[in-house]
Write a protein that binds this ligand. Structure first.
Ligand SMILES: Cc1cc2nc3c(=O)[nH]c(=O)nc-3n(C[C@H](O)[C@H](O)[C@H](O)COP(=O)(O)OP(=O)(O)OC[C@H]3O[C@@H](n4cnc5c(N)ncnc54)[C@H](O)[C@@H]3O)c2cc1C
Length: 308
């Protein structure tokens, strides 16, 4: 393999955190390159379909509009963003990243890989994605209005999705693997009173049924051997998010859930390697936090590279 290309800073991920770090680094005179796996930068912003209630200058916008604005700013500033270009391996000690046929070595490496949706890993889930398997009732429920649906999960997002589907006239089965819900209490109380929502606890999904389109969900209830079936034209999976840190396992300090452990300006257990945004923020995942951490890490990098 040829010698690695060298850059001042390499950022993995063009979500809010990565874009913010890139913009700040550029402003501080540091050449940063951003690698983005998806074809469209913005990360989780593309999952926000409800009006944003808590970010300045974007109050009431949806996430796609924020993503378009941020990308426009990044492009206007001339940030090099390589889209459709995932990092496929990372050597943290040498700060070298492999993508496609190329290796890039950075004086400073920034991990901004964010989160991905947790999946069930059962047969039928992947095969029927987009054909009844959905991750958002907010976006997709009207297509199934009045038809039976299943919602899987026990947090606020799951219970909210069950309520949203009930509002559009769907009979809803809410399957949750535990007996305890982590959802907002007012949502849960409403769901328990709603006659078109059937709540099944201790339920583990074993298969999504259907050939070309979802036809139902097979599950087992704790303590029973016989699988049961909930008929459904759609299944909404709301079982949470997990950090995208697979490439870094064994190389950087993480908590038990796989979140990177970082200092206030993104410093990690390895010198000149930084972690920013949701990938290290299980307690405060937000646009503001991701943008702020990007800025803080950029300042820290500028100091480390003696540009300040
Ligand atoms: C439904 C929903 C609603 C939300 N509502 C709000 C809200 O109202 N207010 C608010 O402040 N926040 C909200 N958030 C949270 C907010 O969107 C996130 O906190 C923020 O966008 C996180 O940005 P990030 O850059 O840290 O990570 P992400 O947005 O997850 O971006 C990470 C990027 O890294 C890329 N990537 C991952 N692995 C690789 C790799 N190996 N190589 C290259 N690229 C890679 C991904 O493709 C992605 O583009 C919401 C989130 C969701 C899902």
């Amino acid at each position: 393999m040829p010698r690695p290309e060298r850059v001042d800073a390499l950022i993995l991920g063009a979500g809010v955190a990565g874009l913010s770090a890139g913009l700040w680094l550029r402003d501080l005179g540091i050449r940063a390159v951003i690698l983005e796996e998806a074809l469209q930068p913005g990360g989780q912003l593309h999952e926000i379909h409800a009006p944003i209630p808590n970010y300045l200058l974007a109050y009431g916008w949806d996430g796609a509009r924020v993503a378009a604005g941020m990308l426009g700013d990044a492009r206007a500033a001339g940030l090099p963003i390589l889209v459709g270009s995932p990092a496929v391996s990372v050597s943290v000690r040498s700060r070298t990243v492999e993508r496609e046929e190329e290796r890039i070595r950075a004086a400073a490496l920034v991990i901004a890989t964010g989160l991905r949706r947790r999946t069930l890993g059962v047969p039928g889930e992947r095969e029927l994605a987009g054909r009844g398997v959905s991750f958002s009732a907010n976006r997709d429920r009207t297509a199934y209005a009045g038809r039976p649906v299943v919602v899987v999960g026990g947090g606020t997002a799951a219970v909210e999705d069950a309520l949203l589907c009930a509002e559009t006239g769907s009979p809803v089965t809410l399957l949750h693997r535990s007996a305890r819900f982590r959802a907002r209490r007012d949502f849960l109380e409403r769901a328990r009173k709603e006659r078109s929502i059937r709540i099944v606890t201790g339920a583990r999904v074993t298969r999504v049924l259907g050939k070309d389109q979802v036809a139902g969900v097979e599950y087992k209830v704790r303590g029973t051997a016989r699988p049961r079936t909930a008929p459904a034209d759609a299944v909404f999976l709301r079982i949470g998010w997990e950090p995208r840190t697979d490439l870094l396992r064994g190389q950087l300090r993480m908590d038990r859930a796989g979140y990177l452990i970082a200092g206030p300006a993104g410093s990690t257990s390895v010198s000149r390697v930084y972690a920013i945004g949701d990938v290290c923020s299980p307690r405060c995942p937000s646009i503001a936090n991701a943008a702020g951490q990007g800025a803080a890490a950029a300042w820290e990098i500028a100091r480390a590279l003696k540009r300040l």
